[in-house]
Design a protein around this ligand. Structure first.
Ligand SMILES: Nc1ncnc2c1ncn2[C@@H]1O[C@H](COP(=O)(O)OS(=O)(=O)O)[C@@H](OP(=O)(O)O)[C@H]1O
Ligand SMILES: [Mg+2]
Ligand SMILES: [Mg+2]
Ligand SMILES: [Mg+2]
Length: 386
């Protein structure tokens, strides 16, 4: 088995983390001292986010092990949603509101509209039981939620986000299609403060703790279940979902694109595989693309499993912030760069959508100029062939 050197190198016995306050210099300043700023500490928020995402991951694992046909529904846009998506959202929303009662705003994927329709009572009761069972396992809340409490908790995710104040951003299951297939998915939770992503947690219950490649992502011998977390200015860390050992992770240092491996969506409907393969060809990438679902790709990239992630949706698709916020900070704090296809930084301050030029590309600092050039040329070629 190939274990990532990146992560073995940083194994630590405890959950040691950098100091709570970080000194940082503004990049445009000539004198570091004149512009030293004290960054905020988000330690309480990150602890709450890790706890909520881990418990939601347990709920999802339980459902995935014994998924019933009645657990799955189809939304208006024909994408799937399951009792686990709803349960995860209700649980995370409840736990965060409990921790931060006064200042709570959540932008999340799901809402309770379909659950309030006639005939949905049984599914709502199943979700409520899942949430209450999870709270009992945790033991720190002496409450039993009613079905209405659960519907309300789901609907607390209706905030629009924006550039003012703080907003939690949640994808209760990212990669629901992967979840249904028994493959990769993630519980993705981030915090925006004045429009910037300041922390992110990615719980990836099926991601092997060891290095993944296309060959071993399904290996039954691999221990699975990773929790990635990052706070602005503090680096990115990974833990096994069920333990406290922590490793600091770093993106791949590969400089030669021929040695890079490339991640993309499993679903061809979510990203243009033909365009990625043209880009890979231009770069001289030798390995076949690694196709995995969800923001688990960002997690895997943050620990150097691959060097490039290309997400090039078909025309007309608008990206939502919950599909990228947590993954974005997990990768950038591990030394990576995330931009749109034209090289612009991502702007999370404009509400629930990310307004982008064409797609999202992720790699390390060294490879980014080459990647941007290959993306630009490939897009031009594709446009001229139409
Ligand atoms: N047409 C289209 N184009 C692009 N993206 C789409 C599209 N439809 C859905 N989605 C979003 O993709 C999210 C799943 O992420 P990935 O594409 O990384 O996973 S996958 O490999 O395709 O399963 C998925 O997230 P979840 O809904 O949370 O599963 C969707 O938000
Ligand atoms: Mg969805
Ligand atoms: Mg998603
Ligand atoms: Mg989702």
């Amino acid at each position: 088995m190939h274990i990532s050197l990146n992560w073995l190198r940083f194994v630590t016995p405890s959950t040691k983390k950098p100091p709570r306050f970080h000194l940082s210099c503004l990049p445009s300043s000539s004198s570091c001292f004149s512009s030293v700023v004290f960054a905020m500490s988000y330690d309480k928020e990150i602890a709450a986010a890790k706890k909520a995402a881990s418990l939601a991951a347990r709920l999802c694992q339980k459902v995935q092990k014994a998924l019933l046909q009645s657990d799955v529904q189809s939304k208006n846009d024909r994408t799937p949603v399951t009792v686990a998506d709803y349960g995860s959202q209700a649980l995370v929303s409840f736990m965060l509101q409990h921790e931060f009662p006064g200042e709570f705003s959540l932008v999340a994927e799901e809402d309770s509209k379909d659950l309030r329709k006639d005939g949905a009572q049984e599914i709502v009761e199943r979700i409520t039981k899942l949430v209450n069972d999870s709270l009992t396992i945790d033991g720190s809340y002496s409450v039993t939620l009613s079905t209405e409490d659960v519907l309300k908790a789901i609907d607390s995710g209706k905030s629009e986000g924006g550039s003012q104040g703080r907003h939690w951003v949640l994808d209760p299951i990212d990669g629901t299609k992967g979840f249904l297939r028994g493959d990769q998915y993630a519980i993705a939770l981030a915090l925006l403060d004045r429009g910037k992503v300041v922390l992110g947690v990615l719980a990836c219950p099926n991601l092997p703790l060891a290095y993944i490649s296309d060959a071993n992502q399904h290996s039954p011998n691999n221990e699975v279940g990773c929790l990635f977390f990052a706070e602005v200015g503090g680096g990115t860390y990974m833990q096994p979902l069920d333990s406290s050992s922590t490793v600091k992770v770093q993106v791949s240092a590969v400089e030669n694109p021929e040695e890079a491996s490339l991640f993309e969506s499993y679903e061809a409907a979510h990203s243009m595989h033909d365009l990625s393969s043209l880009i890979a060809q231009k770069l001289g990438v030798k390995a076949p693309p690694v196709r995995i679902d969800s923001q688990a790709k960002y997690g895997a990239l943050s620990r150097g499993d691959g060097a490039i992630y290309l997400r090039l949706p078909h025309k007309g698709y608008r990206e939502k912030i919950w599909d990228h916020a947590a993954g974005y900070i997990v990768v950038t704090e591990a030394g990576g760069v995330v931009t749109d296809a034209a090289g612009n930084p991502l702007d999370f301050s404009r509400g629930k959508y990310l307004d982008l030029d064409t797609g999202i590309i992720v790699t390390n600092q060294k490879l980014m100029p080459l990647l941007l050039k290959a993306v630009r040329e490939s897009l031009e070629e594709k446009a001229s062939s139409l």
